[in-house]
Design a protein around this ligand. Sequence first.
Ligand SMILES: Cc1ncc(COP(=O)(O)O)c(C=O)c1O
Length: 396
Amino acid sequence: MSSKTNAVLNTYGRLPISFEKGEGVWLFDKNGQKYLDALAGVAVNTVGHSHTYFINGLKQQLDQYIHLSNYVNIQEQEKLAERLVKYTNLESVFFSNSGCEANEAAIKFARLYASSRNIVNPEIIVMENSFHGRTMATLSATGNRKVQAGFEPLLKGFIRVSFDDLESIKKISEQNKNVVAILVEPIQGEGGVKLPKNLNHYLSSLRSICDENDWLLMFDEVQTGIGRTGKLYAHQYADALPDVLTSAKGLGSGVPIGATLVGKKITSIIKPGQHGSTFGGNPLACKAGNLTLDVIENENLMLNATIQGAKISHQLREALKDFSGVKDVRQLGLMIGIELYKPCTELMTIALKYNLLISVTASSVIRIVPPLIINDEEAQFLVQKLKELVTDFLES
Ligand SMILES: Cc1ncc(COP(=O)(O)O)c(C=O)c1O
């Protein structure tokens, strides 16, 4: 079938490739050529492709039932919620189907919190260069004009500050009595794998500011979550327990699921009927979440992300250190960004010739987010191919 058909709405630029099967960190095209999947469905395929334990578990769920309604108790949902709550020290989980829905719920909960405090025009502090999704509320929260253009009027109620800038937030706290929450990614993913200068200091200072002002601290860990950075959630590197935490992407290893975890500031005000989702928390998606956590635990994938991520970034820095075109290599766990001085979006296509699947964010940052199961040999292949790709590109 031609890939030039208009049947699928033209919202993505597609790479000139399709795949026949996946196995571990590898994808195979119809000619049997294999590609290292350093994109992982955009930080989704936590356990890689065709993971035997994961697939067998999903098959069992398919045989039992795929979907029930949220009018009944769903065992896999309760089990997953209990595990996430235990991992994070939060209280409850609302399940949805994607990252934007997880954030949409967070934004609604912040408004409910405002309403419980009689604040009629609530505002949420959000960051420049952030990404929170494509629904109206989440694109309004997003700090990227390209995502917003054409969809005005945007939702009101967001105040924007620079990422990693505590002073601006402190100033706002002195002047603005309508603020109810801060929504922030601990590491900006779509914004170019940007880490705060000091993750612990930034997040724990945000926690203190929120405590002083009775604001909710809301972390968007849609991309940084589920072991990607070496902890289940990146904020766990800091002394900063959030009030709201959003998760999706890697949680279902490819089966769509979103989760909004909340503490008691939200559990104490939310009532039945105030939020919902037909598919949210369905048995198949929650089974995928539980199986993903099983594999992370059984195969020590958080430790693997820490070890492989450090090794890959160290070797990349060594390999690229003499190239003046390379601005920076940033990394935490298996979330790695190579920033060049020039735009390099075309590298996504060029990388296929080097048997690599990668992405480029913020126009000049090569983003590497492979499955967390990547082993030594595969990491070596990845570094070697990236080195060839980047040096050939910069020398051309
Ligand atoms: C930090 C962050 N939040 C939210 C989203 C939106 O997730 P989804 O595409 O599943 O709606 C993304 C997706 O890239 C993301 O990186």
